[in-house]
Design a protein around this ligand. Structure first.
Ligand code: BGC
Length: 376
């Protein structure tokens, strides 16, 4: 399967998630706040230039390496509201992830659902404080913490989840930049172990140059308050390695690039309810052909990294629980080996939901899966 095919399947898969959530909550619809409003001019947030990216600084390279072997706290703070997808961030999760030996936590956050739809798009204080407290607990445990912006549906031009508020089209991009202005300012001053990731899996209306420009605008506002912090930027088409040639890093040394890798998609997403049409179960892993699918994007990412002199970390990979355990374990082992032999840190998707290495009901780790990721 080509990278392009996988990219397309990811697109269809994520669209299906949106449709499912909308259907599940029929009756509630997204709402646009009407009425006159003054939309700040996006021109007041000029992009950093991206004509001469210098390559990564020693500290960004060290931070990328320190991400090491990490895990996503997925289905928690990027749900429409925390808990809506069955999980909240608990102290138990933080303790168990640390005890297991993960060195980093990627924290997906849906900021867009917790901010005003009118300028200055103020982030809800209770939500901001909640994320801040989770970040500080994770940092206190010694993790490298990657805080991102996740599932800002309008930014990609996707239909919104039920109940989400919408801004008028002209406000979408400036709201994204102004959200970053706020959260970067609020989270400033932490140790270098706190990393910002500008946006998860940009796609749709962001594909190609629009994302390069918007990322460079957001980075400039982040730099007002976080001059040296490592910031992660990934390519379009869902952080596909195939889109790395389109990615233009801003002229900034404290950057890390990221890609996601769910190849072979027919294995990793078999039986996944959010993929339409549903992929048949019973697909095992990993044949030589499947392994080639897994490693091709990593080779592309490695070549890009060498040419551009920015480290690449793999922010998401994993196989859904409908696959057989032996194959999931084999997949994880092979992926880990493939990433690490190419010098890439990674964060597994994810901790305690459908791909999870932790059983949130029994409060125990899934030993085989965990060992496939962390045994030395
Ligand atoms: C999405 C999740 C999805 C996962 C695997 C992530 O990027 O945010 O909603 O479950 O990919 O498909």
């Amino acid at each position: 399967m080509t990278v392009q095919t996988v990219t397309e399947m990811r697109r269809v898969a994520l669209l299906a998630i949106v449709m499912m959530v909308m259907c599940a909550c029929s009756g509630s619809t997204s709402a646009t706040i009407p009425g006159p409003q003054t939309i700040p001019d996006i021109g007041t947030y000029p992009p950093l230039p991206n004509d001469a990216p210098p390559g990564a600084s020693a500290s960004a390279t060290a931070t990328a390496a320190a991400i090491g072997r990490g895990v996503n706290f997925g289905n928690m703070l990027e749900a429409p509201t925390e808990g809506a997808w069955g999980l909240i961030v608990t102290d138990d999760f933080i303790d168990k992830a640390a005890a297991a030996g993960f060195t980093s936590v990627r924290l997906p956050v849906r900021w867009s659902n917790h901010a005003s739809v009118e300028a200055p798009y103020t982030i809800d204080e209770a939500f901001m404080a909640r994320v801040e407290s989770v970040v500080d607990k994770l940092l206190a445990k010694g993790f490298v913490v990657i805080v991102n912006m996740h599932h800002y549906r309008q930014l990609d031009g996707d239909p919104q989840d039920a109940g989400e508020l919408a801004v008028t089209n002209g406000a979408i991009d400036v709201r994204f930049v102004m959200l970053w202005d706020q959260l970067a300012s609020r989270l400033k001053g932490r140790s270098a172990k706190l990393v910002f990731e500008l946006y998860n899996e940009p796609h749709g209306r962001l594909n190609g140059e629009p994302w390069n420009v918007l990322a460079a605008r957001a980075l400039r506002v982040v730099r007002k308050t976080n001059a040296d912090r490592a910031v992660v930027i990934g390519p379009t088409s869902w952080n596909s390695a195939g889109d790395l040639p389109l990615l233009r890093m801003p002229n900034d040394a404290n950057l890390i690039a990221t890609v996601h890798n769910y190849n072979p998609f027919r294995f990793t997403h078999q039986g996944a309810e959010w993929v339409s049409p549903l992929l048949p179960v019973g697909v095992s892993c990993c044949s030589a052909a499947q392994e080639a699918e897994m490693t091709a994007p990593l080779d592309a990412a490695k070549a890009w990294s060498t040419a551009k002199r920015y480290p690449v970390f793999v922010g998401e990979f994993g196989a859904y629980s409908k696959a057989d355990d032996a194959s999931r374990i084999e997949f994880n082992r092979k992926m880990r080996q493939a990433m690490e032999s190419r010098g890439m840190s990674w964060t597994y998707w994810e901790f305690a939901a459908g791909f999870g290495v932790y059983d949130p009901v029994k409060l125990t780790v899934r030993q085989g899966l965990l060992a496939s990721l962390l045994d030395r």
